[in-house]
Design a protein around this ligand. Sequence first.
Ligand code: FUC
Length: 781
Amino acid sequence: MTLTRRSTLAVLGAASALTAAPARATRTKTSPPRLWYRQPAKEWVEALPVGSGKLGAMVFGGVASERLQLNEDTLWAGGPYDPANPEALSALPEIRRLIDAGDYAQATKLADARFLGAPKRQMAYQTIGDLKLDFPGLGEASGDYVRDLDIDGAIAATTFTADGLRYRREVIGSHPDGVIAVRLSASRKGAISLDLSFASPLKSKPVATVEGGALVLTGANESREGIPAALTFECRVEVQAKGGTVTGRGGMLSIRGADEVVLLIAAATSYRRYDDVSGDPAALNKATLATLAGKPWAKILADHQADHRALFRRVDVDFGRTRAELQPTDERIRQSPTTDDPSLAALYYQYGRYLLIACSRPGGQPANLQGIWNDKTSPPWESKYTININTEMNYWPAEPTHLAPCVEPLIALVQDLAVTGARTAKVMYGARGWVAHHNTDLWRATAPIDGAIYGVWPTGGAWLCKHVFDHYDYSRDKAYLARVYPLMKGSARFFLDTLVVDPKFGVLVTSPSISPENDHGHGSSLVAGPTMDQAIIWDLFDNCLKAEGVLGADPAFVAELTATRGKLAPYRIGKDGQLQEWQEDWDADAKEPQHRHVSHLYGLFPSDQIGIDTTPKLAAAARTSLLKRGDLTTGWAIAWRLNLWARLGDGDHAHEVLRLLLGPERTYPNMFDAHPPFQIDGNFGGTSGMTEMILQSRDDRIYLLPALPSAWPTGHITGLRARGAVGVDVRWAGGKLSEAVLTAKADGRHTVVHGKSTLEIEMKQGQSVRLAARDGVLVRA
Ligand code: FUC
């Protein structure tokens, strides 16, 4: 949805044909890609997010008083800690014995007592608080109030008329300059007056002071679960005012009669690494701001937009247009269950990409449950990294939608986990390699937490390793693979040491484990060899074997992997024709038949072990399971179903699922996904699912329009990526493929599939091939 001059004109043409509203109003209010509103945000989930990767701000757009809720991605509770529980190792044989004996309840009791980490919960991501901008004397806005978030320009703006003057306030999160920057302007000189102050909910009571032309908030994080607070932080706001006066008093800066004001907001903590909190936040902020001395707003904005667009504009999306898009964004969401609004889906698609660019950049932390945006000191699920689905889902769209640089923080996280998880593997399992369970946090905790029925799941780290490998698979960068392969190898080693023989089935399984959070109806969720674990381990082993093939092999390791792989439990189809979630045919016994997690379907998506064409029987079983689970569930779980229905090749069903995701029950007015509460995974899973409807890259093949819904007869997505380092543009019209352009970023052979037609192509690096469909048959155009 990048607005080229041509498409802008096309939008205007379409819009003016659709509405009686004046063309100018149409131009400012309806041109995608933007979120826009006629009133300020009252609730946090109405405010608009900007981010620099490390810093986040939620912009409320108030007239007399503006609130910028601020985040820095390393401000978490607690400090370095090691939760590995030494009691676990001696309890492990008995837990396994109880599981083998079918006494799951007793096994759970024992695991709760002796197999959880200490503490039993992890640390929470915390807000800095709010920067408050109070505008004395400014009355209410007149009727022309608009606030918007232009996701192509990555800028939030509030514009209105008050007391006869036109005001414009702009907020950006600049990755190149490392700041949140704000510009306040008005139609008359000398009209900008405001008081700047901080408000923070942190119990550590941060203190605001004035240092020259800067307002500085200094404080500490909070302790939690007995882990002492170890971080200090600083947020420093530098004021650049043209004209007028700037005076400071107590914890407030007052600006009076300025022509224009720019605020540069830097923030940092003393966090350097999960085991090092010796950073100097004040020095970091001063250095950040010193590099911006004398840099005008126009240049800060231009650098920021060039940086953002270099990623954002790689992909262009159009699913069609209707008059519904003329409405403000909150109205569109409200009306979406009963309205045909394909460009709302396209906006959601690109918003997912916008959010990932804004919250996950090299050098920063990966996107947590809320990306980077959180107004609480104790947010839901601590807003941490839940790696039994949520963190992975955050990164599903990254490689296919051409945002590979955004994956770097996730890989860095795995690098840390391979160290902390080695301790957990050794202490709790007596194993080599490394393990991470269902959650981790800033301090890279890897032990089981919360309770055995949630936390005793040893495959979190292994699932993350799929992303480590995928980063190679989409780029074919061998030097990168050589760097990260030890992470995958370490994860595989853990399973080589800990898989056990299931006495009933004679296969190798994980034990103890769970099928994430699903009670199998036999006394617990604790079990041996849940289907998901087997599937994740297959992928891990297969990706290790592929890496060995590329990098030159360690024959002993290859032999061990190959032998062990052959003994893993196979997929099983149960009595109702479903894909079994467990070794036993227990799906009908499960306590919650419509459970949100669909862990056993991992093989269908995100993995490619199951495909409608490659393994039709398993795919049919997965379909049966999915139908039983139903579609209406939490936000992220709807998003997972969207991806799965796309993989099942059912575009119309996928579109119905997407409608659930985009409706007001699961999408807040600011388009944040509602679990509820807000959880950003659904946003990213939504972008991924729509991609899967248009392009699938699985099983060494490129599928064009595998699940195109009838609701999107004409459209395109350009700039996508497929495995094997291939760029893909797809265009369709009248429900049929009109053109696909494949561009090779590396030499290779590719199998392209469209419907029943298959075409083999060979490309050299840099070469493009144009394909079309004639009577449904793929041909070179
Ligand atoms: C998993 C899910 C919940 C929630 C939490 C953060 O435990 O089962 O629904 O998303 O992660």
